[in-house]
Design a protein around this ligand. Structure first.
Ligand SMILES: C[S@@+](CC[C@H](N)C(=O)[O-])C[C@H]1O[C@@H](n2cnc3c(N)ncnc32)[C@H](O)[C@@H]1O
Length: 258
């Protein structure tokens, strides 16, 4: 038997991978992150399967379920929201599985930052402006390493995707405005890909007021950076004068790939 850490994606069950869908539809034991995984995804678990919501469980209780699955010789699906590698708290579970001698695998999922970008219909990178995307958060009960405080990330002028931080939107916007300027595009997507998705677009000057008016306090992605603007340089990849390994241009061309 093995434990399979499965990415549940951002919410919409159609955004599950085919592999995740198959595993969930056939599973006999599932521990799912009930505070974040969409009910429509959990509903794919067959009736009669043993279903545990990790929101109310300790690590020791999870270990007991791992042991029961081992004794029954039945695979266990450990369902995490988005992609399990991002703020998934999977390391401590893997440490237990290593100690118990239980094999495990990971099935990746679409992360909420990707679903938020899709909801915004935007590209997170822009030639000459933003060639780096930073996935981060602000400190909560988990402190930020000093070198990764918002100020240091903002200095890079990258596109910032902030998890677990929307409750501090006003603070975040004020701090980021120092580095990106108040007119920098900023967006917040609540419940990306869920039926009650909310998309808010603005600038660092007005995003906090918009978020407050919409009463969004959790399960939202903050995305900030000049790449979110439309009137900026675009990639030369498909330009008719741009040659690359797969296409010969009809004139002289310069430039890099996108
Ligand atoms: C513990 S982290 C898990 C992230 C997850 N592993 C992922 O890849 O998206 C939870 C945070 O992810 C973000 N999040 C998760 N699902 C979301 C969704 N559907 N829409 C917007 N943000 C979401 C929120 O910032 C939330 O506070």
């Amino acid at each position: 038997m093995k434990v399979i850490f499965v990415g549940a994606g951002p919410g919409n069950p159609e955004l599950l991978t085919v592999q995740a869908h198959r595993l969930l539809s056939n599973c006999q034991i599932c521990i799912y992150a009930g505070s974040l995984v969409a009910p429509e995804v959990v509903a794919l678990v067959p009736q009669g399967a043993d279903l545990y919501d990790s929101a109310g469980m300790t690590l020791e209780e999870m270990e007991e379920v791992f042991c029961q699955a081992q004794q029954r010789n039945v695979d266990l699906i450990r369902l995490h929201t988005g992609d399990p590698s991002i703020y998934g708290a999977i390391r401590e579970q893997m440490n237990i599985l290593d100690r118990l001698g239980i094999n495990y695998e990971v099935v990746p999922g679409i992360s909420s930052f990707q679903a938020a970008a899709a909801a915004l219909k935007t590209e997170l990178t822009a030639p000459e402006i933003a060639q780096t995307i930073i996935l981060s958060r602000t400190s909560g009960r988990t402190p930020m390493p000093a070198a990764q405080e918002l100020e240091h990330l903002a200095r890079t002028q990258s596109t910032l995707c902030l998890f677990l931080s929307v409750h501090k939107m006003a603070e975040v916007a004020t701090e980021l405005a120092e580095w990106y300027g108040t007119e920098c595009p900023a967006a917040v997507v609540f419940h990306a890909s869920w039926p009650d998705e909310v998309v808010i677009s603005g600038t660092l000057a007005d995003i906090a007021a918009q978020v407050e008016a919409a009463a969004i306090k959790k399960t939202a992605m903050i995305i900030v950076g000049p790449a979110l603007a439309r009137d900026i340089p675009v990639s030369k990849l498909y330009h008719r004068h741009f040659s690359h390994g797969y296409r010969q241009a009809d004139g002289d061309a310069t430039g890099d790939t996108p």
